[in-house]
Design a protein around this ligand. Structure first.
Ligand SMILES: CC(C)(COP(=O)(O)OP(=O)(O)OC[C@H]1O[C@@H](n2cnc3c(N)ncnc32)[C@H](O)[C@@H]1OP(=O)(O)O)[C@@H](O)C(=O)NCCC(=O)NCCS
Length: 291
């Protein structure tokens, strides 16, 4: 990864701000980079490393309603498989016996993380593909059904009936409400659209951006998923390519995107969970780092 990644720093700032007790770093004193066992962790701290310390790993998780989500866990190459990752996890996991679903997204190509999380019951279960490009064959895009109207919404919606309807829809499809994460994606420049029935009920919502990234999305009925993705792909023309992380649970949307000309970028990441909590035929996450 590049040494500085502004969008990753914004994600870290957001998870730290919204769940500060679950952001830990592992350090060694004096810049020592040697390999050691779990007992050799120089310190694990929520305060960050001073200049005499070298960060050898970090982990960050958030709890939203009844779902614990591991956003990030990294240990320096050369120090891996010596217990640092497991110890960081121990400090940010919920208390034993807490009634929460445990979830994360892993890189399919990383056996250590996939094995480590599976040993804790957080089992890789569903691929999530990064689709990129533009719909060069727009005739393959599914149209919004007759009677569904799309309207933009913005910052002003906090505390409104729409905010309540979005929270209820998130609870039903994602398994938790997360207004703080909606505020985060809007701060990142993503624009929200609400999809309403003729009777005015919320049938779904979704975000798109001039920067290209699409999501999160939630729909009441999975039959609306592909049409909402198609609308978000075309309602705002991005500066470059569109990009969308699509869970394998959204089968018809996967088919539509490939047929319309978007391409799968690289290998999939894997959605992992300890017990079912979300319906990924109706909910599309913000990113692999934040549900
Ligand atoms: C994933 C990562 C954070 C784990 O931290 P770590 O300090 O290396 O891991 P630990 O030593 O604490 O855990 C070791 C455990 O991993 C699992 N593991 C390691 N290699 C494995 C393999 N080839 N197959 C299956 N499980 C494996 C085992 O459960 C093992 O525990 P055990 O030896 O007691 O059976 C670290 O390896 C890393 O940064 N990897 C690269 C980046 C990454 O994948 N980050 C996660 C983002 S999804």
């Amino acid at each position: 990864m590049p040494p500085d990644n502004p969008s990753l720093r914004l994600l870290h700032a957001h998870t730290l701000a919204t769940d500060p007790s679950r952001f830990w770093v592992a350090t060694r004193p004096g810049g020592v980079a040697g390999r050691g066992g779990a007992g050799g962790i120089g310190g694990a701290s929520r305060r960050g490393a001073g200049s005499a310390e070298r960060v050898v790993g970090f982990g960050s998780a958030v709890v939203r309603g009844g779902v614990w989500f591991l956003s990030m866990l990294f240990v320096r190459p050369g120090q891996q498989t010596s217990g640092i990752g497991r110890e960081l996890l121990r400090r940010i996991l919920p208390d034993v016996g807490a009634s929460v679903a445990l979830a994360t997204v892993t890189d399919a190509a990383q056996p250590i993380s996939n094995g480590l999380y599976a040993s804790l019951g957080i089992v890789p279960r569903m691929p999530m593909f990064n689709f990129v490009g533009r719909p060069s064959r727009p005739e393959a895009l599914v149209q919004l059904p007759h009677g569904i109207e799309a309207t933009p919404f913005d910052e002003g919606h906090a505390g409104s009936p729409l905010a309540a309807a979005i929270a209820a829809l998130d609870l039903e499809t994602a398994g938790f409400a997360h207004p703080e994460d909606h505020a985060f994606v809007r701060r990142q420049g993503r624009s929200g659209f609400a999809y309403r029935t003729a009777g005015g009920d919320l049938a779904g919502y979704g975000y798109t951006a001039e920067a290209g990234r699409i999501g999160p999305i939630a729909v009441q009925d999975e039959s609306l998923h592909a049409a909402v993705v198609a609308h978000l792909l075309t309602v705002v023309t991005p500066r470059g390519a569109s990009a969308i992380w699509l869970p394998g649970g959204a089968g018809p949307t996967t088919e539509m995107l490939v047929r319309s000309g978007l391409r799968i970028d690289g290998f999939p990441v894997l959605l992992c969970w300890s017990r079912p909590f979300a319906d990924f035929s109706r909910y599309l996450p913000i990113s692999p780092g934040l549900l």
